[in-house]
Design a protein around this ligand. Structure first.
Ligand code: ZN
Length: 386
């Protein structure tokens, strides 16, 4: 009898049943899954790769989005703000052109939504919903007209900064002193941009934003804000993560934080582990000029797994964020294709069901997983449109 039960138990595990006797894959399929941040435009679409086919590079394509059960994917329009001092608005438009072209080539699989109502109607067709998020205020080139034009083309959020300060706003990389201290927050023009975004129903995204900027936005905005792809500073003290006081302010504001899958924002030991494994692999230390991206890129697949953060770290951040801001204010912003390393086993979008499995194993109710995996993001999108 015991042996039979054991065999039954092993069979259930083999079929993908969780310890609770629920099929996590089925539960995941039934969820409305929203990923609030992905960089596949820059990684694959813009260089001309056909993401309608399964690619053997990158973390995202339509077949893998389907496998991952992704219903709504936010595509980040991004431009390196050190490089695009001028022409960034044009470059943003070229990226939206490329996204539209990709969507037009895959009309049975994916469609672009410019509003919550359009998201809802596309969801009924079973297609993947594409949403645009502009990552970097540099792309409006300080112009309110450009902001409105990008919103008209479908941009549902604007991440105010990337890693450099702009004339109207300062970023986390610079405010934290990592790239030259400057701590100015929002200027009057910056505040006017926030009010315009509120009026348009466009989400203000504070990922990459400096702390001064964060609190200036909180004092200016009349709508709930988004932090699309950032984690808890308490668990991983990186300037891209949110401190406890910021999480408290976010909770008061009614906003949402999307958990980022980057090993370096999840696990404070990631970079030292990467350097150690790099040295073991090549018998020499990495050049100081080599980025984590390049180091990781040179490693063979087996060594990469050793370097990736354990999946438990991602779950720890979700637990912590939920504890701090509440179940209604945590979402997912994977940052796939913008990061070199994701947690072990979660290396591309097709592996997203493993996150649902992990949450079930940590005791989250299905209704709460549904909020984190998509409903919270859609709620603030809708609240911003009102
Ligand atoms: Zn980013």
């Amino acid at each position: 009898m015991i042996k039979n039960l054991l065999l039954l138990g092993m069979g259930l595990i083999a079929l993908g049943q969780s310890a609770l006797g629920q099929d996590y894959k089925q539960i995941h399929r039934d969820l409305l899954v929203v990923d609030g941040h992905n960089d596949v435009i820059y990684a694959s679409i813009l260089p001309g790769k056909d993401i309608g086919q399964r690619l053997n590079s990158g973390a995202t394509d339509i077949p893998r989005l389907k496998e991952g059960g992704v219903d709504v994917q936010v595509f980040a329009v991004w431009s390196d703000d050190a490089k695009w001092k001028t022409g960034a608005f044009k470059h943003a438009n070229e990226q939206i052109d490329a996204l539209e072209k990709m969507i037009a080539s895959n009309p049975k699989d994916i469609a672009l939504a410019k509003s919550k109502a359009e998201i809802d109607s596309i969801l009924k067709t079973g297609k993947i919903v594409a949403v645009i998020g502009v990552e970097g205020g540099n792309m409006i080139e300080s112009s309110m007209d450009n902001l409105v034009k990008l919103h008209d083309r479908g941009a549902k959020y604007l991440t105010l900064t990337w890693n450099y300060n702009l004339p109207w706003v300062s970023c986390a990389a610079m405010e934290s002193g990592k790239m030259g201290a400057e701590n100015k927050g929002l200027t009057d023009h910056g505040k006017a941009i926030i009010r315009k975004m509120n009026e348009l129903g466009m989400l203000v995204d504070l990922s990459h934003g400096g702390e001064k900027t964060f609190y200036d936005v909180m004092a200016t905005t009349s709508k709930p804000i988004l932090v699309s792809h950032s984690n808890a500073y308490r668990l991983c003290p990186h300037f891209r993560n949110l401190k406890d006081a910021q999480l408290e302010a976010l909770k008061k504001n009614g906003g949402v934080v999307g958990v980022n899958f980057y090993s370096g924002f999840l696990d404070p030991k990631y970079e030292s582990r990467l350097r150690k494994v790099y040295k073991q692999q090549f018998g020499k230390k990495a050049e100081p000029t080599l980025s984590t991206w390049d180091m990781y890129d040179q490693l063979p697949k087996e060594s990469r797994y050793q370097v990736d953060a354990p999946l438990s770290k991602l779950l720890d951040h979700i637990d912590y964020l939920v504890k701090k801001v509440g179940m209604d204010h945590v979402a997912v912003g994977s940052d796939f294709d913008g990061i070199e390393s994701a947690p072990q086993g979660l290396e591309d979008v097709s592996k997203l069901p493993l996150l649902t499995k992990g949450l079930l194993e940590r005791g989250y109710a299905k209704e709460d997983i549904a909020k984190i995996m998509g409903l919270n993001f859609l709620r603030i999108l809708s609240e911003n449109e009102q």
